[in-house]
Design a protein around this ligand. Sequence first.
Ligand code: SF4
Ligand code: SF4
Length: 379
Amino acid sequence: MIYREIGKTGCQASIIGLGCEHLDGKPYEQVKETIDAALEQGINILDVFMPGREIRENIAKALGSRRNQVMIQGHIGSVDIRRQYDISRDLTVVKQYFEDLLRIFGYIDFGMMFFIDSESDYKGVFETGFADYVQQLREKGDIRHIGFSSHNPEMAMRVIETGIPEMLLFSINLAFDLYPAETYTLDQLDKGLDATAFRGLDPKRSALYKYCEQKGVGITVMKTLGAGKLISLEHTPFSKPMRVAQCIHYALTRPAVASVLLGCKTGAEVLDVVRYLDMSDAERDYTPVLGTLRNDFRGNCVYCSHCQPCPVEIDIATVNKYLDIARLDEANIPPSIRSHYAGLANSGRDCIGCGNCESRCPFGVHIIDNMAAAAKLFG
Ligand code: SF4
Ligand code: SF4
């Protein structure tokens, strides 16, 4: 397993995590088998948004004395009134459900303000006592870090600007990133992903990921496979289904992303998703899918690493990523980005201008210029 730090939290998360939603309603033995497989594979982050007591207790029982080996993303405002998943901003109800989660798991690593997608979600969290309650939870140590979940890049940006959250659970996949930011992707998922509405990689979505990296807000990812539609022959919006490894790799190569949470309901499914770790660059490569689309992203790096290998072993995608983030505000490059860049074994100044990479880049990125720009900006 590979681990990445979630923003500035100091928490190292496995790059593949477990979304536990699909375990809801399953017998305890199946929950246990799946959790055991996940832990054996080094997975150390679990998303538990489900409000039902039985599934929460089954997960806690399956973990047993291993509770401290995992980090739990628990959601504040996730309820199941009338036995259906629902959202509440009513503090009495919110507290009842979240305190039940605390009782079951003892503490929650990432207390996630649940589902902030719309103006009314925003007001329900920040213009009531909801956000104050969440901050009190952290002060008391009931939650270790504050996060939130969203499917709307503009709203997510606004929430991050409050300075309260340290992390974000966001829906990221190639199809969603091709929709304009104004398109509500969850509706698209329900209707069926429509490629005629794609407009090239959306600048607001990519700005969100870069902004998160700049601010040290880590991202964990949901809807990596677009609820299975991206890998389905019947439902894919592309000329052919993507592979699971391509979907994972796409999400993991966005700035600020620490972990991709995949919904597994058996141990075999866990083993299947962690196969990503052993796959070759060619098996993970998602550029063939991008190449079939309207090419509105020419000249912009999509961090795919198709340009490798570099004879002087520069990680070109990573240099480009840090350069893009630095360019958001050249006068105020975050120290964390400077130090990440300085930590690269080889960087922009090592480029010998051979041009091998540029001939391999499908998106016409001026890599040699970028390496020189990075060397100049980062010194
Ligand atoms: S420079 Fe081109 S090939 Fe290399 S990572 Fe960026 S988009 Fe991919
Ligand atoms: S031009 Fe620079 S970055 Fe590209 S392959 Fe050659 S040395 Fe590496």
